[in-house]
Each structure stands twice: as structure tokens, then as C-alpha cells.
Design a protein around this ligand. Structure first.
Ligand SMILES: Cc1cc2nc3c(=O)[nH]c(=O)nc-3n(C[C@H](O)[C@H](O)[C@H](O)COP(=O)(O)OP(=O)(O)OC[C@H]3O[C@@H](n4cnc5c(N)ncnc54)[C@H](O)[C@@H]3O)c2cc1C
Length: 409
């Protein structure tokens, strides 16, 4: 293997390059990016970047000199038009053909949007900059979709003094992912922080008027933001004839249906998993796993998936799969977390009394945990899930019981 081409320069792509070098791969490595400039991290876009607290230089995935130091040829602003594994290479947007023995597709996702001109989405640095300019004090902002990015955007807009309306047809968004208790507390918090929450969909937008479905009426907006999820960017995989089904289907080593093409990050779906894990740590892990796969090594055990989200000064964290739980046990009170007088511990100290945790159990073992401002418990829960340690509901619910002691059994 003389040359590996990585298409897309988000976290999954950069993680793949870093892991290949860390694992001793010595051949050529080229990173093709449709976006201009140095690769950057996306989670700050809906947090510090919208708030004006972070500049592009603050959110780079790697410093500028890292690429040369690791012999990664970065080709920014050059979209790849086609991948031709049978011909051992790929074709760039300007028609140039490049050789590669292996190709890694790390093309991420494209935000779904609403069919109304002027609707903002938030995936790229440019989109974050455009949106930030609109989030002025007093601006009327309608955010459609109260999932992770919609909720963070609504919270940032509120901090910036906007009049924010959050619209979602689902009464308690995220319940399927983090359970009813945590999702309910998170959603109530919006209202407490002065966000107007409406359970409805968007029927149409006429000028500055957003018409909602059912009898929810209408809202006047200076800015409309769609936070309604992404579509995996599978175009290259489809034209290359790879197996695609809600993402590019990959095996444990992140290999696609073609033996010379791999896929990582938001665009990939692990064979056997019903969902794609569109989260930061999953993209990071995918890069490490793909490096093992590319180098013909077995992929180490990966453990439960994890993600976080920050909004209204609190941190949501979730580990494992809540949908697998037969029973949910709470530690701490959801009511406390929803109160403006005790908004948890933004420093993430996770001290008892701040925030709460929902533990998901199945057959006497933990399969998931979701929490607001409980970093310590989530860390312990993660290890309990990964090791399959038997747990008792009473211990989980007891604020005074240190979960780490269960790990010592
Ligand atoms: C605003 C925002 C906030 C987030 N917050 C959190 C959070 O708090 N916690 C969390 O766990 N996760 C969060 N995430 C999710 C996390 O950032 C993503 O899961 C991760 O960035 C996915 O990385 P990726 O490399 O797969 O895709 P991306 O980062 O999307 O990178 C894909 C790259 O491929 C490029 N590309 C596409 N097609 C081509 C082509 N044909 N040729 C060349 N290049 C191409 C794209 O332009 C893009 O640069 C957030 C995401 C966003 C957008």
C-alpha cells in the first residue's frame, strides 16, 4: 500500500490520518477537503463560535504545522467528484485524476433544511459566521427542531439577547435517545430560560411569517434556523457502487463493500447497527478503527458510545443505548435540574444535588446512562457498561453510593 486518499477533512478524516501515522503507516497520505482552509472542529460552532467566544484559529483540529510534520498532504478547497476503486484512484472536481491504493470516505453529512429561501443551517464555519451576524439583541429567531444542534442554537441565541421560539412537532424531543426524564428536564429548561417552546411543525414561511401546522398559529421571525438533522453525504459511495443504506455500510474495520474503500464518521453506518452515530467521539474512534482495518490489524474492543451537548449552562451526557433498557432508575431529581436557581454544575464537577442521572438497566446490568451535569457518574456508568458489571437499582439510586466501588468487585 503506497498511497491512501482520505476524502473529507472533518474529525473522522483527520483522526484516520493521525491514527495511521501513530500505527506506523509510512506511505503517502492525502487529505482532500471540499472546504477551504485548515480542518476545524464542529461542536464549538453551535456553542462558543455563535457566542463570539471562539475564532477559527481556536477551533482547528490540528495546528497548521501538524500536516507537514506527519507527512499528510492537505488539499483544501478541492471537492472529489468521483471515486474509482477499480481504477485505483479518484477524480477531482477539476477533472484531475489521482492515484490511490485505498480510499477512505469521510464526507460527513449535509444538513436537512426547509424548502424556504433564507433558512439557515449550521454545519460549517461559514454557516456559523452567517448565523452569528443575525443573532443580535432583540432579533426574533425561530429555531425549527429541538434536537441537539437546534437546542444548542436556541440556547446561544437566548444568551445573545434574541427573542427565541423553538418549534418541534415532538412534545419531548430526544426522549428516544436519553429517556423521558432527562429529555423532559432538558426541554422544560428552555422555557425556564425564556425560550418560547411550541409543539408543532412548520407549514410554510411567507416573508417573515412562519406558519405552523395544526392550530399552533404563526410566529414572526427575522431569522429562521433549521436544526432538523443531516443526510449522510453518500453521493460518492453511490456512484462507486458501494453498499449504502442510511449511510455507507461498513464492517468493524470500517471497510465498505469494496475491499479498497473505507468509510468513517457521520457518513458511515456499522453493519448490524440500526443507526449512524453522528457524534464527535464516534468520528474520532472511527478514524482509529479504520487505521487498524487499513493496516490489516484487528480492531480493539470499542465499548459503549458516548456524546455530550451543552446548553443553558448545563451539560448533557449520554452513554450506551437507552432504547435497550427494560427499566430506568433515577439518581437525583429531574425537578432540581429544571430550576433556574439550581442549574447544575457547569464546571461538570457532578457534585450530589446538582443535576441528575437516568440509568438504563437490562437483565441486572447497565446498558445506558444519560445525565445532566453528572460527569463523574457518567464516567463510572461507562465503565460499568463496558465491563458488564452486575448492578442493583438501589445502589444506582442512592446519592451516597460511589459507583466506582462497584467496579472493584
Ligand atoms: C454545530 C455542530 C455541533 C456539534 N456538537 C456536538 C457535540 O456537542 N457533541 C458531539 O458529540 N457531537 C457534536 N457534533 C457532531 C460532530 O461534530 C460530528 O459527529 C463530527 O464532526 C463528524 O465528523 P465527520 O468527519 O464525520 O464529518 P464532517 O465534520 O462533516 O466532515 C466532512 C467533511 O467532508 C467534506 N466533503 C464532503 N464531500 C466531499 C467531497 N466530495 N470532496 C471533498 N470533501 C468533501 C465536507 O465538506 C466536510 O468538510 C456537532 C456537529 C455540529 C455540526
Amino acid at each position: 500500500m503506497k498511497h491512501i486518499a482520505v476524502v473529507g477533512a472533518g474529525l473522522a478524516a483527520v483522526s484516520t490520518c493521525a491514527a495511521l501515522r501513530a500505527q506506523g503507516y509510512d506511505g503517502g497520505l492525502t487529505l482532500y477537503s471540499a472546504e477551504p482552509g485548515l480542518p476545524y472542529d464542529r461542536p464549538p460552532l453551535s456553542k462558543d463560535v455563535l457566542l463570539g467566544k471562539a475564532q477559527r484559529a481556536d477551533v482547528l483540529l490540528r495546528p497548521a504545522d501538524w500536516y507537514d510534520a506527519h507527512r499528510v498532504v492537505l488539499r483544501p478547497g478541492i471537492p472529489v467528484r468521483a471515486v474509482r476503486p477499480g481504477e485505483g484512484g479518484l477524480e477531482l472536481d477539476d477533472g484531475t485524476r489521482e492515484k490511490a491504493d485505498r480510499v477512505v470516505l469521510a464526507t460527513g453529512g449535509t444538513p436537512r433544511t426547509l424548502p424556504f429561501p433564507g433558512t439557515h443551517t449550521l454545519r460549517t464555519w461559514e454557516e456559523a459566521e452567517r448565523l452569528r451576524e443575525r443573532l443580535l439583541p432583540g432579533a426574533r429567531v425561530v429555531v425549527v427542531g429541538a434536537g441537539l444542534i437546534g437546542a444548542e442554537t436556541a440556547a446561544a441565541a437566548r444568551v445573545l439577547g434574541c427573542e427565541v421560539t423553538l418549534v418541534d412537532p415532538v412534545p419531548v424531543p430526544l426522549a428516544a435517545v436519553v429517556g423521558d426524564a432527562v429529555a423532559g428536564a432538558l426541554h422544560r429548561r428552555h422555557t425556564i430560560e425564556g425560550v418560547r417552546v411550541i409543539t408543532a411543525g412548520v407549514d410554510r414561511v411567507e416573508g417573515s411569517v412562519v406558519h405552523l401546522t395544526g392550530d399552533a398559529g404563526q410566529v414572526v421571525a427575522d431569522t429562521v434556523v433549521a436544526g432538523i438533522g443531516i443526510r449522510p453525504a453518500t453521493e460518492l459511495a453511490l456512484t462507486a457502487g458501494l453498499s449504502v443504506d442510511n449511510g455507507i455500510v461498513v464492517d468493524t474495520g470500517r471497510r465498505t463493500s469494496h475491499p479498497h474503500v473505507y468509510a468513517v464518521g457521520d457518513v458511515a453506518r456499522h453493519d448490524g447497527s440500526p443507526v449512524r452515530h453522528e457524534h464527535w467521539e464516534a468520528a474520532q474512534r472511527d478514524g482509529e478503527a479504520a487505521a487498524h482495518g487499513l493496516l490489516g490489524r484487528p480492531v480493539p474492543e470499542e465499548g459503549a458510545s458516548w456524546f455530550w451537548s451543552d446548553r443553558h449552562g448545563s451539560r448533557l451526557e449520554a452513554v450506551g443505548t437507552m432504547a435497550d433498557a427494560e427499566r430506568v432508575v433515577l439518581r437525583g431529581s429531574p425537578e432540581v435540574s429544571g430550576s433556574p436557581d439550581d442549574s447544575g454544575s457547569p464546571d461538570g464537577s457532578g457534585s450530589p444535588g446538582a443535576g441528575f442521572v437516568a440509568f438504563g438497566l437490562r437483565g441486572g446490568r447497565l446498558v445506558a446512562a444519560a445525565a445532566i451535569d453528572r460527569v463523574r457518574e457518567i464516567k463510572a456508568a461507562r465503565r460499568l457498561i463496558d465491563r458488564g458489571v452486575p448492578v442493583e437499582a438501589a445502589q444506582l439510586a442512592d446519592e451516597t453510593a460511589d459507583l466506582r466501588t462497584l467496579l472493584k468487585r
